[in-house]
Design a protein around this ligand. Structure first.
Ligand SMILES: NC(=O)c1ccc[n+]([C@@H]2O[C@H](COP(=O)([O-])OP(=O)(O)OC[C@H]3O[C@@H](n4cnc5c(N)ncnc54)[C@H](O)[C@@H]3O)[C@@H](O)[C@H]2O)c1
Length: 248
């Protein structure tokens, strides 16, 4: 983000719980946002361009960029999409290998390949840029089964390698593209409040130093910092946004 000027940012998954907040914060700072999502953005704003695209077609992402982005000069990208199969959430004992493998392909492969394509895109244009990928505390922690007992919810098994893979692929790209002033970072939120079972909310809050889940705004705002000049010497970082959950 330029210090005084406004910039243009792509938000992949910009119509989701966290993506809408990121979009609104950027728009409130007079930036232009290109929302890339399976659905048209629910936000209407003169500085918002909504492009409907399925990022699991990531093999074609280079063509997609060349077709859709020639009129924009991007300064950064946030990927907060959440691609998943229809049976996402299957328990460890019920998940099939096909579902496990498909979710890695849809989520891990799309995030990491799209990051690489954006790295090349900015590098070829000799443009500095900041890319932010959403991981999760479950990219570096195991789930606590006591939080989920009897609640018919949990952390799906593929989420662990997906989110861990995103953190390390982001570091890889940060390392390679650093010399070109193209930064890559992750945001790793803990639980974000979204109409969960009140028992879960109480259990989770009870073992979290800040005593509550994050609001969607709190999970979104750190991405704005990572896009901005205020973070110009930060790359390859995994910014944990978990109210202290992971410190104990
Ligand atoms: N919500 C949480 O509690 C939480 C916690 C930690 C990490 N995260 C991570 O943050 C990110 C955002 O989470 P969220 O809660 O906002 O998710 P969400 O499901 O509310 O939003 C995801 C968005 O991605 C879009 N999307 C899904 N598949 C797509 C595809 N194939 N192509 C294009 N767009 C697609 C959806 O349409 C939706 O708008 C995810 O990566 C998630 O793993 C979320």
């Amino acid at each position: 983000m330029e210090k005084s000027n406004t910039s243009t940012f792509a938000v992949i998954g910009g119509n989701g719980l966290i993506g809408k907040e990121i979009t609104n914060i950027l728009l409130s700072k007079s930036h232009t946002v290109i929302c890339i999502d399976l659905e048209k953005s629910a936000i209407t704003h003169p500085n918002l361009h909504s492009i409907v695209f399925d990022i699991t077609q990531f093999q074609n992402f280079e063509d997609f960029l060349h077709t859709n982005f020639s009129e924009f000069k991007l300064s950064g990208v946030v990927n907060c999409s959440y691609p998943r199969t229809k049976d996402w959430g299957a328990s460890l004992s019920n998940i099939s290998y096909g579902s496990f493998s498909e979710n890695l392909n849809l989520h891990l492969n799309s995030y990491t390949w799209i990051s690489k394509v954006f790295g090349d895109y900015f590098s070829n244009r000799k443009q500095k840029a900041s890319l932010v990928n959403y991981s999760s505390i479950y990219g570096f922690l195991g789930p606590n089964p006591n939080l989920y007992n009897d609640l018919n919810m949990g952390v799906p098994f593929p989420y662990a390698p997906i989110k861990a893979g995103i953190i390390n692929a982001t570091k890889y790209l940060a390392s390679i593209y650093g010399q070109k002033n193209i930064r890559f970072n992750c945001v790793s939120p803990g639980g974000v409040l979204d109409k969960q079972n009140p028992k879960f909310v109480a259990r989770y809050s009870n073992i979290t130093p800040l005593g509550r889940l994050a609001t969607p705004y709190e999970a979104a705002a750190p991405a704005i910092f990572l896009l901005s000049e205020e973070s110009s010497y930060i790359t390859g970082h995994n910014l944990i946004v978990d109210g202290g959950y992971s410190i104990r």
